[in-house]
Design a binder for this molecule. Structure first.
Ligand code: NDP
Length: 446
């Protein structure tokens, strides 16, 4: 990177946010792409736009105390980063995972700004979470934690100010408990959270949206090489919300998904994964993926999750977590003649891995484009809540499909316009950034 302005701001980010490696990684990745845009638009530097965009508008950190079933008191830390509201109310999920700290929430919040911009809907960027570990907790412990978390969060959010949703460790159950507490505290029944249950303001198709959307995006990429999912072998990491519905859509389009994982390892079923079994294990019993072997004796289990990328496949969909696919894994995919990689998770591929894909002409869909279907459908849920109406599954799915196709078009056109055709990383970063930058300049120094 040769642009001095970008280098200087990046240096400041490092100094101002010590120890926040994921945040720094996310900012560097985006800034790297922005060079041609910054050079073409001198007004951005004049408006100190990069300095402003890397600084969250507001950062809220709070204590979450709760009692376990034995009466023991625990204290966790809660976060909500309201990063950027140039395009609409802050919007982004809540993550419950022991690895959560401010650097993770800021990386996710920063990415969210540009992802939300790409959807074309009115949504700013934000993210929240806690270092609470939901694994092994009872139903009532989960409920008490969610209530305690909302006891502070409710002051800072609202249907027109900040609309959280789920993420890792936060699914329909947790959103419902948080919504119940929001209602109790505020007397408001509105679209303050998305990913709600279908009986109380949720949208049909939201559960499926991120996974389906990722496959829709990948389908558009494949058209570029006049190909499709039909008859392809697919490997998907994770077995949570995103992975399960990416698997479902890939199978509907005629692909065979042969491997899925969790943080304890992966399963390989050469005949194709039985998704009903995975759903039963993960959505109903909330158990480990290894349990798949009890039902399907011919399947194999490997205790090293990251080895999943050594499996021969045409399409790889990393749908688990950040930095789960590194350089060696990318090289293995290249050796196995993989055609396309689309990120269902946020930042699952390391910068080195992405470089390997780009150098070897593998179609690569970055998360902020490929997994934007989740937040886009959250935007559709907000629209339905405001109207007090519900749309059919088909209507939502059709809109999702159209949004993903449009994102692909924006990303692909922008990559071309800025001199790097087929580099969808640059296309997504610049495409998402330009709209936010223009809105920030138009709205003045606020
Ligand atoms: P879930 O909590 O539902 O699932 C996460 C899955 O990933 C679990 O199966 C988990 O296993 C697994 N996992 C975690 N770490 C690893 C690892 N190191 N190796 C292999 N598997 C691992 O989360 P989601 O599916 O909702 O989210 C997945 C990713 O997608 C995240 O990056 C999230 O930010 C992103 N995303 C989610 C959206 C959504 O709508 N849900 C929208 C856009 C992005 P285990 O149970 O062992 O922890």
């Amino acid at each position: 990177m040769s642009n001095n302005y970008i280098k200087e701001v990046l240096e400041t980010v490092k100094k101002r946010n010590p120890g926040e490696s994921e945040f720094y990684q996310a900012v560097s990745e985006i800034f790297e792409s922005l060079e041609p845009a910054i050079e073409r638009h001198p007004e951005f530097k004049e408006a100190a736009l990069l300095e402003r965009i890397v600084e969250p508008e507001r950062q809220i950190i709070f204590r979450v105390s709760w009692q376990d079933d034995k009466g023991k008191v625990h204290v966790n830390r809660g976060f909500r980063i309201q990063f950027n509201s140039a395009l609409g109310p802050y919007k982004g999920g809540i993550r419950f995972h022991p690895s959560v700290y401010i650097g993770i929430i800021k990386f996710l919040g920063f990415e969210q700004i540009f992802k939300n911009s790409l959807t074309g809907l009115m949504m700013g960027g934000g993210k929240g979470g806690s270092d609470f570990d939901p694994k092994g907790k009872s139903e009532s412990e989960i409920m008490r934690f969610c209530q305690s978390f909302m006891n502070e969060l409710y002051r800072h959010i609202g249907a027109d100010t900040d609309v959280p949703a789920g993420d890792i460790g936060v699914g329909g159950r947790e959103v419902a408990y948080m919504f119940g507490q929001w209602k109790k505290l505020t007397k408001l029944f509105n679209g303050v959270l998305t990913g709600k249950g279908l009986d109380f303001g949720g949208s049909l198709g939201r559960t499926e949206a991120t996974g389906y959307g990722c496959v829709y995006f990948c389908e558009e990429m494949l058209k570029k090489i006049e190909d499709s999912f039909d008859g392809k072998t697919v490997v998907i990491s994770g077995s949570g919300n995103v992975a399960i519905y990416a698997c479902e859509k890939a199978m509907q389009l005629g692909a065979k998904v042969v491997a899925m994982s969790d943080s304890n390892g992966f399963i390989y079923d050469k005949d194709g994964i039985n998704l009903d079994t995975v759903k039963q294990i993960k959505e109903v019993k909330r158990e480990r993926i290894k349990g798949y072997l009890n039902e399907h004796k011919s399947a194999k289990f490997n205790g090293k999750s990251s080895d999943i990328w050594n499996i021969d496949c045409d399409i790889a969909l990393p749908c688990a977590t950040q930095n789960e696919l590194g350089k060696e894994a990318a090289e293995a995919l290249v050796r196995n003649k993989c055609l396309a990689v689309a990120e269902g998770a946020n930042m699952p591929c390391t910068p080195e891995a992405i470089q390997v894909f780009l150098n070897n002409d593998i179609l690569f869909g970055p998360g902020k484009a490929a997994n934007a279907g989740g937040v886009a459908t959250s935007g559709l849920e907000m629209a339905q809540d405001s109207q007090r109406l519900t749309w059919s599954f088909e209507e939502v799915d059709e809109k999702l499909h159209e949004i993903m196709t449009n994102i692909y078009k924006t990303v692909s056109r922008t990559a071309e316009e800025y001199g790097t055709p087929d580099n969808f990383v640059n296309g997504a970063n610049i495409g998402g950034f330009l709209k936010v930058a223009r809105a920030m300049i138009a709205q003045g120094l606020v």
